[in-house]
Design a protein around this ligand. Structure first.
Ligand code: PEP
Ligand code: CO
Length: 459
């Protein structure tokens, strides 16, 4: 292991290359890689340092109970779905979910998409069996292609540039939609789908809430007719797993009048559960950037290791820097979360606690389809709220895999999708996502849990 002070001395956007690198397959042509990397280095940034600083402030506020962070999007974005329909639908559902949360929680909600760069995936196996052949696994469009043949699975450096281009197109459209009133029709009732909730026991409550949101939107529009600072401008941030470090480090730059380096490819990069080794390349890269960062924490882990990681990534204990995204799985939350919370508190560390109820709750059906059950996801969230309540800490965010489309990837929810229906519209290249209806219902139920956890405090 490298000594801590040695680590502190020598950071540069490329210093990670001297560390052990997990989950990044090798490129077979160093020349081609260098060429693409240098090309990427010269392109304009996708986001700005002041947007990044603003998000850090929002995260700090949420960690102090003044706000909530809602992060969500695809498990893996793909180059093919960089289109208007997919982007509009994801933004629409994230916006509607945030309205539900704001309305029910009475607190500001910050939206962060897993979008405009979520193109690289860690995999449990380097190879995949196709027929009787072993071919390299798909690792996200930033590395190789989903098509199941040897040639398509070649790790191609040209994808670094294509990922940048697709991210730029996505972000350009996101910015137009969120700045220009593209969602001004949010107050039309038909924009909100209600019927699917009819089978949910909370339908009446849900219906009333949607009506109340319409009234609130009309009210805001009536008192501020030019609407410049209300519904026309929606704060929206981007995030992705900083997994392909060539991609992230090529876009890591110094900016005028501020110290340090920023990853200008996204507002909030995160470290995955499989790449958070203290002496690994990903941690080395992350420690030198100024962005707020997420850390996924799930089994297997050692509490001491997580504490050292927080210390290493946030030596000055700046608020808003670290979001701990716990992803234990529904049965493991009561066993793991209290100990981790206590250890973080004892160390005096300040973090935003967020819950990823997706990645600990994945299973395969008998016919081998990867899915997640709506009730398991909800149960994970309920238990996480419960533990934070009894530990006197704040659950300040959630992290969901979801889409605005009508996919059939997770089972359950008010519409009662079952395993037999999974094949109908299963589109994910990686993990199963909540569909539009499941995501809206989940937002409503998250808000319910949040209110319940507050109410219990008063008892
Ligand atoms: C993910 O968020 O898509 C992911 C791979 O999660 P984790 O690192 O928690 O396994
Ligand atoms: Co995933």
């Amino acid at each position: 292991m490298i000594a801590a002070d040695e680590k502190q001395d020598k950071w540069s956007p490329d210093s990670w290359q001297a560390r052990k690198i997990w989950q990044m397959p090798e490129y077979d042509s160093p020349e081609e890689l260098r060429e693409r990397y240098n090309e990427l280095k010269h392109y304009p940034p996708l986001v700005t340092s002041w947007e990044i600083e603003k998000l850090r402030k929002r995260i700090a506020e949420a960690s102090n109970g003044q706000g909530f962070i809602m992060q969500g999007g695809d498990c893996a974005e793909s180059f093919d779905t960089c289109n208007s329909d997919t982007i509009v639908k994801l933004l629409k559902v994230l916006l509607q979910m945030s309205f539900i949360l704001i309305h029910e929680m009475n607190t500001p909600v910050t939206r962060i998409g897993r979008i405009a760069g979520q193109y690289a995936k860690p995999r449990s196996s380097d190879f995949e069996k196709v027929g009787d052949k072993l071919i390299p696994s798909y690792r996200g469009d930033l590395f190789n292609s989903f098509e199941p043949n040897e040639q398509a699975r070649r790790v191609d450096p040209a994808r670094l540039v294509e990922a940048y281009q697709k991210s730029a197109m996505t972000l350009n459209f996101v910015r137009s939609l969120t700045d220009g009133g593209g969602f001004a029709d949010m107050h039309h009732p038909e924009y909100w789908e209600l019927n699917f909730m009819k089978k949910n026991q909370y339908y009446a409550e849900y219906k009333q809430m949607v009506e109340s949101i319409h009234h609130a939107i009309h009210f805001v529009e009536a008192i501020s007719p030019n609407r410049v600072h209300t519904l026309k401008n929606v704060d929206f941030y981007t995030s992705h797993e900083a997994l392909n470090l060539y991609y992230d480090s090529a876009q890591t730059r110094e900016v005028p009048h501020k110290p340090g380096y920023y990853n200008l490819s996204t507002h909030m990069p995160w470290i995955g559960n499989r790449t958070r080794q203290l002496d690994g390349a990903h941690v080395e890269y992350m420690r030198g950037i100024r962005n707020p960062i997420g850390i996924k924490v799930g089994p297997p882990y050692e509490t001491d290791e997580i504490l050292r990681l927080i210390e290493l990534l946030n030596p000055d204990q700046e608020q808003g820097r670290i979001t701990l995204i716990t992803r234990f799985g529904k049965d493991k939350v009561p066993e793991h979360l209290p100990g981790l919370i206590r250890a973080v508190n004892r160390a005096g560390f300040h973090v935003l606690w967020s819950c990823d109820p997706m990645h600990g709750n994945t299973y395969a059906t008998n016919s081998g389809i990867k899915t997640r059950a709506f009730n398991d996801i909800l149960c994970d969230i309920k238990q996480t709220f419960e533990v934070h309540r009894s530990e006197n800490t704040i659950l300040g965010g959630v992290h969901l895999e979801m889409t605005g489309g009508d996919v059939t990837e997770c089972v359950g929810g008010a519409n009662g999708l079952n395993e037999a229906g999974l094949g109908e519209n299963y589109l994910s290249y990686c993990d199963p996502r909540l569909n539009y209806e499941q995501a809206l219902e989940m937002a409503f139920l998250i808000a319910r849990e949040w209110k319940l956890s507050r109410r219990k405090d008063l008892l």
